[in-house]
Design a protein around this ligand. Structure first.
Ligand code: F6R
Length: 234
C-alpha cells in the first residue's frame, strides 16, 4: 500500500484527479465510485476538467435502503448532483434502494460487477474502518449484500439529514471481495477524525474488525491523506 501525505487539500485533490486521469489514459473504463463528504471536493475538481467519461461505466459502492433516487440524501441523487449531471458516463449503476427483494437486488448488482470488472475503485473510509458500508465484522469474502448500519455510522451521516431518525437503518453495499477485485484502488482519508483508523490501516493489521485492513493484501492501493505523521510519538 502506497501512502502520500499532503499539507494542502488542493494538492491532495489535484493528485487524486491526476491519478484518475492516468488510470483512464492507461485504458481504465470501469470505475467504482464513492459518495460522502470526502468525495465532494474531488468531484467538484473533476467537473472543472475536460475529462470525458462518456465511454466509461461507473458502479457506486452503496445506496441506502428505502430512499428513492430523487430523495436528496440518496446516493443516486448525490452522484447526479456532484458528478453525473456534469460528467455523464456511458452507463452508471447503483444498487436500487427501493428494490423489493434484497436477495434479487444484491445478486443483480454483483452480477453486473462480474460482467464489467472494475479497473479502478475510489474509496473513502469510515471512522470505524468501514469501506462502502461494510461495517466491522463483515467477512472479507463478502459480495454485494444488505447491511444494517452501525449506530456510529448513522450518527456520522446524520449531518446530511435533518435528524438522526431520518437516517436509514439499512443499505446495500458492494462486499469486501467485490471491492478487492478492482485492479487499482485509490483511498482518500481526509480529516482528523480519520487519524486513528488510518494508523490502524497503515500498521498492516489484517482483521475483519477493521474492514479497510483487507486492502493491505491488495497489490495496487494508493492512499492519499492530509494527516501528517505524528512527530515525537512515544
Ligand atoms: C460512501 C461510502 C462510505 C464513505 C465513508 C466516509 O459511498 O462508501 O464508506 O466513504 O463513510 O464518508 P465521509 O467521506 O463522509 O467521511
Amino acid at each position: 500500500m502506497k501512502v502520500k501525505r499532503f499539507s494542502s487539500m488542493d494538492d491532495l485533490y489535484s493528485h487524486a484527479v491526476a491519478t484518475i486521469v492516468e488510470a483512464k489514459n492507461n485504458g481504465a473504463t470501469t470505475f467504482g465510485l464513492a459518495t460522502g463528504g470526502t468525495m465532494e471536493p474531488l468531484y467538484a475538481k473533476i467537473c472543472k476538467t475536460d475529462i470525458d467519461f462518456s465511454h466509461c461505466i461507473s458502479f457506486n459502492l452503496d445506496e441506502y435502503v428505502g430512499l428513492e433516487a430523487t430523495h436528496q440524501q440518496s446516493y443516486a441523487y448525490y452522484m447526479n448532483k456532484h458528478l453525473f449531471n456534469q460528467k455523464p458516463f456511458l452507463a452508471s449503476y447503483l444498487p436500487d434502494g427501493l428494490a423489493v427483494d434484497p436477495l434479487v437486488e444484491t445478486a443483480r448488482y454483483e452480477g453486473l460487477l462480474q460482467q464489467y470488472p472494475l479497473d479502478f475503485q475510489l474509496l473513502g473510509i469510515g471512522q470505524n474502518g468501514h469501506i462502502g458500508f461494510n461495517e466491522p465484522g463483515t467477512s472479507f469474502a463478502s459480495l454485494t449484500h444488505l447491511v444494517t448500519l452501525e449506530e456510529s455510522t448513522r450518527q456520522a451521516n446524520a449531518r446530511f439529514f435533518s435528524s438522526i431518525d431520518e437516517v436509514p437503518t439499512q443499505a446495500y453495499t458492494m462486499g469486501i471481495q467485490s471491492i478487492m477485485r478492482a485492479k487499482c484502488i485509490l483511498l482518500l482519508a481526509v480529516g482528523e477524525a480519520k487519524r486513528e483508523v488510518l494508523e490502524r490501516l497503515l500498521a498492516s493489521d489484517y482483521t475483519e474488525d477493521v474492514p479497510a485492513t483487507a486492502l493491505s493484501k491488495h497489490p495496487n492501493v494508493m492512499v492519499l491523506t492530509d494527516l501528517q505523521e505524528e512527530e515525537n510519538k512515544l
